[in-house]
Design a protein around this ligand. Structure first.
Ligand code: EPZ
Length: 416
């Protein structure tokens, strides 16, 4: 089992940069199979989840060449429309291939993605959207078989602005007849990146970033080159690494527009922040002030930053209340923080954090991707040595996080 050994207590100072967005890369990599040709993707983060997507693309029949953060996908000969069950189980977001397979081949077979560490993660909104588009959805022995004779554009109202459901419906609609309108669509920036990528391929989509997205079906798409947007959650995580250690950081290749709620909360907690085009400068106080957080769909405070704020507020002065409104089980990291001296109580959807003077190094386990990142940040502040087990979760979503933090003065040793 791989782990991080972290000697805490150092102020982080210096400059670092944000890698490409995990949550923009995954749907865009799936979308490449809509065009039977070549897609060149740049600024793709080299992380476990993108490597899994490459594995699935190959199993579907694509040829994939990678070098550093460039991925070239030749999807001319996709001959298999079934997402391998073991890969589906390992990475539930591979369900995004369903929309692209149905959109191009009118067929997709996949198993229920199943829950993960943060919740049940149902896909009912995806399947309801498919059925509204005229797709036949059958289930047997845990497999879902989606087929369609003809797919006709229609109007779809989402019960909840689900990111994955919005993306999957867009992918089905790109090549179908007529116009599809998605109402109550998710507004996350990653959906705008997917729209920009698809329009570069020749699709006709408008409205991403708002609650109403219109997709006019086209007959053909073309080869494309595309640069993935920066990862807004990594940007927030890097800023918080300086915030928790009373440090000073310059984060390059960041899009401040995408993380306004995070910047606002860091300023409320006492950080000084200056934005200069795609660089964000943060200077932290010795001790943060307590703030309250409520996670909401974009443009509200992102649920993916909830655990990270749980860590930085653990040593703030005063009591903070964090309310998680998106996922039903996203407080698992709190128990691990308590081992480090954090004073945290869970009351339903709320986490009540009484700021402690100090955290202490301990042996802890990362419970999920963002929970693992929160333990890294807590360990940077804690007195003494922390061992974080199961860092495979962290490696899913952060490219070279330990190296980036060490370049800012942290002392992290990865043990594989
Ligand atoms: C995406 O997950 C992100 N993942 C998540 O990031 C992120 O937390 C989430 O959006 C919310 O912003 C990727 O983009 C790969 P949802 P997704 O569908 O699409 C319920 C990370 O750490 N729901 O918007 O799965 C669901 O249970 C990951 O990078 C249904 O009920 O999120 C949840 O409560 C974690 N039925 C809520 O909606 C459905 O059919 C939000 O889910 C779909 C979702």
């Amino acid at each position: 089992m791989s782990s991080y050994i972290i000697e805490g207590g150092k102020r982080l100072e210096g400059e670092t940069f944000v890698s490409g967005s995990k949550n923009a890369s995954l749907p865009i990599m799936a979308a490449t199979i809509l065009n039977k040709g070549i897609s060149k993707l740049y600024n793709v983060p080299k992380i476990h989840d993108t490597q899994m997507m490459i594995e699935i693309l190959k199993r579907l029949g694509c040829k994939v060449k990678c070098s550093k953060n460039k991925v070239i996908i030749d999807s001319t000969n996709v001959k298999n429309q079934e997402i391998p069950e073991n890969l589906m189980r390992e990475m539930r977001s591979s369900v995004i291939f369903a929309g692209a397979l149905i959109g191009c081949y009118k067929k997709a077979i996949f198993s229920y993605p199943g829950g993960c560490d943060i919740g049940a993660r149902p896909i009912d909104l995806h399947l309801k959207g498919f059925e509204k588009l005229g797709i036949i959805v059958q289930e047997n022995f845990g497999k879902i078989i989606c087929t369609a004779e003809e797919i006709n554009g229609t109007e779809i109202n989402l019960d909840f602005p689900s990111v994955g459901a919005t993306e999957n419906i867009i992918l089905v609609a790109v090549l179908c007849k007529g116009e599809t309108i998605i109402r109550n669509a998710a507004m996350e920036p990653e959906i705008e990146d997917l729209q920009n990528f698809l329009n570069r391929m020749g699709a006709k989509i408008e409205g991403a970033g708002t609650h109403v997205i219109k997709i006019k079906g086209v007959h053909k798409l073309n080869d494309v080159s595309y640069n993935i947007m920066p990862d807004r959650i990594e940007a927030g995580t890097l800023l918080c690494s300086a915030a928790i250690t009373g440090g000073k950081i310059e984060v390059k290749n960041a899009n401040a527009e995408h993380i306004k709620p995070i910047i606002d909360k860091l300023e409320e907690a006492g950080c000084e922040i200056k934005i200069d085009k795609d660089t964000i400068n943060l200077r932290a106080p010795k001790r943060l002030k307590a703030v309250d957080i409520r996670t909401m769909p974009y443009p509200g405070f992102p649920t993916d930053m909830q655990a990270i704020f749980g860590a930085i507020l653990a040593t703030a002065s005063g009591t903070s209340i964090i309310t998680e409104n998106i996922f039903e089980n996203r407080f698992k990291y709190a128990e691990e923080l308590q081992r480090m001296g954090a004073k945290i109580k869970i009351e339903g959807k709320a986490l009540i954090i009484k700021g402690a003077r100090k955290l202490y190094g301990a042996k802890v386990k990362s419970t999920d991707l963002r929970g693992g990142a929160s333990l890294v940040l807590a360990a940077l502040r804690a007195k003494g040595k922390t061992e974080i087990e199961d860092i495979k979760f962290i490696l899913r979503g952060y490219e070279k996080l330990d190296q980036k933090l060490n370049s800012l003065g942290a002392n992290i040793t990865a043990v594989y």
